[in-house]
Design a protein around this ligand. Structure first.
Ligand SMILES: N[C@@H](CCC(=O)N[C@@H](CS)C(=O)NCC(=O)O)C(=O)O
Length: 231
């Protein structure tokens, strides 16, 4: 393996890496993983799977990921991995620099607490209760009151990010880290879908900054038309 030295410890050269990702581009969990791969400039291939693309119910897929969910990744000949949070931590531990994912356990935990917070309070409170109910449910079957309740609940968590981002440029502090991947991959859809939103100036400004990142534009700020419910 060719090695290059970056920020005081060896990193494998991007050319020597081949990561396979199974999962459709429109999956938010796949987007988080792909955005991370893009930020780390890792050589990869993505295979469409899940929803109308199938694949996930095949025995050879289930042997890799018994949940039949996406994403699943395989890095070279390593064992396949599933659960997007675990995949992000693996990619960061294996390939990222010390700023994105600190080596020091207490500094790392400081980033990780925000990543975990974002998974539980932002991603989980948005995707099923809001995105699915607004975008993946036909208009005539939507329940505006329950959607509104879910948006208010989601925004009560988003306010915690607002206080944080009033003080710091990124979720975990001074630098762009894994916590931003877990948090900001949800923001494109939050700002894009047809819902009433509260005003959160620091989150909005942060979102504008994140939107300038080319890996975000390539993997996250993309069409979700294939998910829109048909009548
Ligand atoms: N906790 C898992 C959730 C995985 C999950 O539910 N993925 C969704 C897509 S976001 C899925 O597999 N949906 C079924 C499908 O697309 O066929 C993770 O974070 O990776």
């Amino acid at each position: 393996m060719i090695e290059i030295v970056g920020r005081g410890f060896p990193l494998p050269a991007p050319r020597s890496i081949m990561i396979t990702v199974w999962g459709r581009q429109s999956s938010s969990n796949v987007q988080a993983v792909m955005w991370c791969i893009g930020e780390l400039d890792l050589s990869h291939q993505r295979i469409d799977a899940g929803f109308t693309y199938g694949v996930v119910d095949r025995p050879n897929y289930l042997a890799m990921n018994p949940n039949g969910t996406i994403p699943t990744i395989q890095d070279g000949t390593h064992a396949p991995l599933w659960e997007s949070g675990a995949i992000l931590r693996y990619l960061a531990s294996q390939y990222a620099d010390e700023i994105f994912w600190p080596l020091d356990p207490s500094q790392r935990a400081g980033v990780d607490q925000w990543a975990e917070w974002a998974k539980v309070n932002i991603a989980l409170k948005f995707t099923s209760p809001i995105f699915w109910k607004v975008v993946r449910t036909p208009k005539q079957r939507q329940d505006p009151r329950s959607i509104r309740k879910a948006v208010l609940d989601f925004e009560s968590s988003l306010r915690i990010a607002e206080y944080r981002l009033e003080k710091y440029p990124y979720l975990a502090g001074r630098d762009f880290t894994l916590a931003d991947i877990q948090f900001a991959h949800i923001l494109y859809r939050y700002y894009d879908i047809d819902i009433e939103r509260c005003t959160l100036p620091a989150v909005a400004e942060y979102y504008q900054t994140i939107s300038q990142r080319s890996a975000y534009a390539t993997h996250v700020a993309i069409s979700y038309d294939e998910l829109v419910a048909s009548f």
